[in-house]
Design a protein around this ligand. Structure first.
Ligand SMILES: [Zn+2]
Length: 192
């Protein structure tokens, strides 16, 4: 199997014809990203070379086969794309490279909270620059992230027990801190 960087290198001069809306079109290749959802791997992007930056994204990003390997696809770079754990997990097994390209190209953009969460938890500035078992860490983190998102959604919709759990999780007994009704009435009453 070619390295993640070798796969990225293959696509650098070719992506526009095949993945015209790839994130590289907007941000270049200095930050390793998932070809499907554009999630940025939480790596130190100030390393000396592009190769080192992409190498350190191994584990955060996986080499996904377009034409599935078990269905006869090759291990050549043209048949591989960098995908994050979540996108790779749900990718169907394609017997045709073109169908897989459509799947990747039509992917939805990452949730920006997920990006912030993973940067904050695993990013270089979190003092967690190159942890082992990244794929497992990422999957566990995603499960927690989705659970918290559901909980906050339920709390926002008025589920009292969810509100209590969010308050406990974030250690803020006054959550959600809504603007005080009294203050707004007062400012309205001051308007001539
Ligand atoms: Zn992805």
């Amino acid at each position: 199997m070619p390295s993640l960087y070798r796969v990225a290198e293959y696509w650098m001069p070719r992506y526009e014809a095949i993945f015209p809306n790839l994130y590289a079109h907007y941000i270049g290749w200095g930050e390793p990203f998932c070809f499907r959802c554009s999630w940025l791997a939480p790596v130190d992007d100030t390393q000396g070379s592009l190769a080192a930056v992409w190498r350190s994204a191994g584990g955060w990003l996986e080499r996904a086969h377009l034409h599935d390997w078990a269905l006869g696809g090759s291990n050549e770079p043209e048949n591989l794309v960098p995908l994050c754990r979540q996108c790779h997990d749900i990718m169907p097994e394609f017997s045709c490279r073109q169908a897989a390209i459509s799947y990747v190209a039509e992917g939805v953009r990452k949730n920006c909270w997920w990006q912030l969460y993973t940067d904050g938890t695993f990013g270089a500035s979190a003092g967690f620059p190159n942890p082992p078992f990244k794929a497992k860490l990422l999957r566990d983190a995603y499960v927690r992230f989705v659970e918290v998102e559901r909980l906050v959604g339920a709390a926002t919709n008025g589920d009292e027990s969810a509100v209590m759990r969010v308050r406990h999780l974030i250690g803020d007994p006054s959550w959600p801190a809504l603007p005080s009704r009294g203050a707004s009435v007062q400012s309205e009453s001051q308007t001539p």
